[in-house]
Design a protein around this ligand. Structure first.
Ligand code: PHE
Length: 339
């Protein structure tokens, strides 16, 4: 019997657990009427008289120790749960984790801010578009290979319904529903059937700009984008215009800036050239103005379009475009303090 008492004493001492259930388990096992200690007291009656004193003493010790343990467990439970317990005001506060804006939203907001100060409005349009607004009105001839420059996701055929491949559809919607002058930028999501890689995705974001008025010239385009690049990337940025082709602009130019990731040394983002393309641009093609019932003899305009992902990659030195859409919280959290 002595052995059993010592073993139980050990069990009591080693018992660990928190919460109401653990306390109750302890009580039932050791203290309750049907518990182990109670039945040992019953057995004590049968212990020979000469041993009774000794065994009784250690049994009492066990009982006291179990009661003390129960009191301690109950106390711990109380202080954990009691709503009235006084909070410790000296503890450091639990930081309040607020969310933060996505790096693409931060970049889009910055782009908008720069152009708004130049007097551009912000315009919006549909992502599901018809062929006319996405292609035909923009001077893409029927069956012309230029349509294949932008691998299109079709939603329906005849009449064609598609996911817009660029935000130029908003230019058309704007010009057909109002009168010049127009000076606006159009941020939004676009879709192209491209293989997903570090540099390309099947959906991405663009900001397109349009300025149509009397006497708008190429110099205005150049100065506007030069101003933008300096505001966005700092006054030391270099910019170059490269002749290019778009059906909806003539002449057309692609705009490159020095690669901010490798500082011109060559990396995977700039395809080892030291330059990265940030925008397409040009003077609005007379056919596009005509398609929108604007007289190209009276009005001229420039347009440009840039990828927000590309600008954000350069701004934050990110070398893989897929990070923007993977929603990895470890990536997104890094923009917490970035404005
Ligand atoms: N819409 C073109 C594209 O997505 C970009 C662009 C816009 C080029 C306006 C010139 C003028 O490729």
């Amino acid at each position: 019997m002595e052995e059993r008492i010592t073993k139980l004493l050990q069990e009591v001492q080693q018992f660990s657990g928190a919460g109401r259930e653990a306390v109750e388990t302890f009580r039932l096992k050791f203290i309750s009427k049907k518990g182990a200690i109670h039945s040992l007291f019953d057995e004590l009656k049968k212990v020979p008289a000469e041993e009774k004193k000794k065994v009784g003493k250690i049994l009492n010790e066990l009982k006291q120790s179990a009661e003390a343990k129960l009191a301690a467990l109950a106390q711990a439970l109380e202080s954990e749960q009691s709503p009235g317990s006084v909070p410790d005001l000296t503890l450091p506060p639990i930081p309040n984790k607020t969310g933060n804006l996505h790096p693409l939203t931060l970049t889009r907001n910055r782009i908008i801010e720069i152009f708004e100060r130049l007097g551009f409005n912000v315009a919006d349009g549909p992502e599901i578009e018809d062929d006319w607004h996405n292609f035909t009105a923009l001077n893409f001839p029927e069956n012309h290979p230029a349509r294949e420059m932008q691998d299109t996701f079709f939603v329906a055929k005849n009449p064609d319904v598609l996911l817009r491949t660029h935000t130029s559809n908003v230019q058309i919607r704007m010009m057909t529903s109002g009168k010049p002058p127009f000076r606006a930028i159009m941020p939004g999501r676009v879709y192209r059937n491209e293989a997903i890689s570090a540099r390309a995705h099947c959906f991405f974001h663009q900001v397109e700009g349009l300025y149509v008025d009397r006497n708008v010239g190429f110099a205005d385009l150049k100065q506007t984008l030069y101003h933008f690049a300096k505001e966005m990337f700092g006054k030391d940025i270099q910019i170059r215009f490269r002749p290019s082709f778009f059906p909806f602009t003539e002449p057309s130019a692609e705009i490159d800036i020095t690669c901010l990731i490798c500082k011109g040394a060559g990396c995977n983002v700039c395809k080892q050239t030291g330059w990265v393309e940030i925008a397409g641009s040009g003077m609005v093609h007379p056919n596009v103005l005509r398609n929108c019932n604007i007289d190209p003899e009276e009005f001229t305009g420039f347009a440009f379009g840039m990828g927000i992902e590309r600008v954000a990659m350069l701004r934050y030195q990110i070398n893989d475009l897929r990070l923007f859409s993977e929603n990895d919280i470890r990536f997104l959290r890094q923009f917490h303090t970035v404005i």
